[in-house]
Design a binder for this molecule. Structure first.
Ligand code: 57M
Length: 357
């Protein structure tokens, strides 16, 4: 919004000229979201505690009883700081930003309802898995159709480390985009099981996609790197910057011992946002590299449940895999920081793929 208000005044006020640069607005969006989260965070924590919106803890599993009652729905803090910052700093006449905002807000509402039911019923059973999945799929399909029917968008599939081969998959893009958005949302949700464990890789992924979005939206850089040029993708860098800023502000309170959990309102929304951005800039497969921690967490559950059902035996001490390391006796913080380190390595590998082709 500020772009539309201040840039026309650049002739009168020279300093406003800087607002035309996406790099400036991305940095500003990051700091704005961080500032909002810092300011609103303490108030939200107090308010959630007053309303007794605390996390019910399951009996089974690693000993998390001490976490009982920790204020949850902290995802509201991330989403509020993210969305206010994006509305302030991005150009609001682009369809792609509104597509990501719609999906993120829609998944946030779904997660809010799930969290609300868990808290009011005092149990970790919120919306049924089936209902949650159906709504996620419906929203993701609508977004996938909106993307695929956009005249500025070419439904091509990008394969990491492969140059000059980007097949146009046409309407097939819709089910693939739906799968990526729903899958990423649930993968982040499963990962969010230790203090700071989910928000770290989310921010690292968002930071990686910030760079990839900026590159995809700049015709010269896209041509130099031989990646698909996506008109308007630069605005997604601003969204990613705000996501990193809001995530950092949330991490200030979610760092162990957590004063605040993000809740499904955060995990579903942030995963959905990452999946949608990945589809828009044609880096859906690279998302599996950048978000490798989310992939491993999800695979650990699939393997554990399949093994348990087929053979009655567990492969891991407990799934998702972060609980396996807890059962091995690793301290929570050690597990979390090591998962962050793996995430950073995967982000660097993903960025290197732009040149290693
Ligand atoms: C999402 N939610 C956390 C918090 C967070 C199929 C099965 C693998 C599903 C899985 C499951 O229920 N996943 C749900 C994970 C929960 O966190 C809340 O949920 C939000 C995210 N959606 O924001 O509000 C708990 O995680 C801990 N936590 C922290 N710090 C944080 O910053 O300590 C969360 C955020 C919180 C808190 O204790 O209550 C969760 O773990 O439920 N189920 C599981 O993950 C369970 N695993 C399991 O059942 N494994 C079995 C299956 C696979 C056969 C096995 O391996 O044998 C574990 N989860 C729990 N207890 N809570 C183990 C049992």
């Amino acid at each position: 919004m500020l772009y539309h208000l201040l840039y026309p005044l650049a002739d009168q006020v020279g300093g406003f000229n800087v607002i035309r640069y996406i790099t400036f607005r991305t940095a500003a969006a990051t700091l704005t979201a961080l500032f909002i989260a810092f300011v609103v965070g303490p108030w939200l924590i107090r308010r959630l505690a007053e309303l007794r919106i605390g996390q019910p803890i399951r009996e089974i599993g690693p000993d998390h009883q001490a976490k009982q009652g920790t204020p949850t729905m902290g995802g509201l803090l991330i989403l509020a700081s993210l969305l206010v910052s994006v509305l302030l700093w991005s150009e609001l006449d682009g369809r792609f930003v509104w597509i990501v905002i719609t999906l993120t807000a829609g998944y946030g509402v779904l997660g809010f309802i799930d969290d609300y039911r868990k808290v009011t019923r005092g149990s970790s059973a919120g919306i049924s898995a089936r209902t949650k999945f159906l709504w996620q799929t419906l929203l993701a399909t609508l977004v996938a159709i909106a993307i695929t029917t956009d005249p500025d968008f070419h439904p091509v599939l990008t394969i990491p480390f492969v140059k000059d081969f980007r097949p146009d998959i046409g309407w097939l893009y819709i089910p693939i985009a739906t799968f990526v958005i729903v899958g990423t949302s649930n993968a982040v949700n499963l990962t969010d099981g230790l203090d700071g464990l989910a928000i770290g890789p989310v921010m690292i992924s968002a930071g990686t996609f910030l760079i990839l979005s900026y590159a995809a939206g700049n015709v010269m850089i896209a041509d130099y790197l031989n990646i698909e040029y996506v008109a308007g993708a630069g605005q997604l860098a601003i969204f990613c910057g705000a996501l990193v800023g809001g995530g950092l502000g949330f991490l200030w309170f979610n760092a162990s011992p957590a004063q605040l959990f993000m809740g499904d309102v955060g995990s579903l929304a942030l995963g959905g946002a990452l999946g949608t951005i990945a589809m828009l800039i044609h880096q859906e497969i690279l998302l599996a590299v950048v978000g490798g921690v989310f992939v491993v967490e999800t695979l650990s559950v699939v393997i554990q449940v399949a093994s348990f059902k087929l053979t009655g035996r567990r492969v891991f001490l407990m799934a998702p895999i972060h609980h396996h390391y807890e059962k091995l006796g690793w301290p929570e913080q050690k597990i979390v920081v090591r998962f962050w380190i793996v995430s950073i390595i995967l982000g660097l590998v993903a960025l290197s793929s732009l040149k290693l082709r």
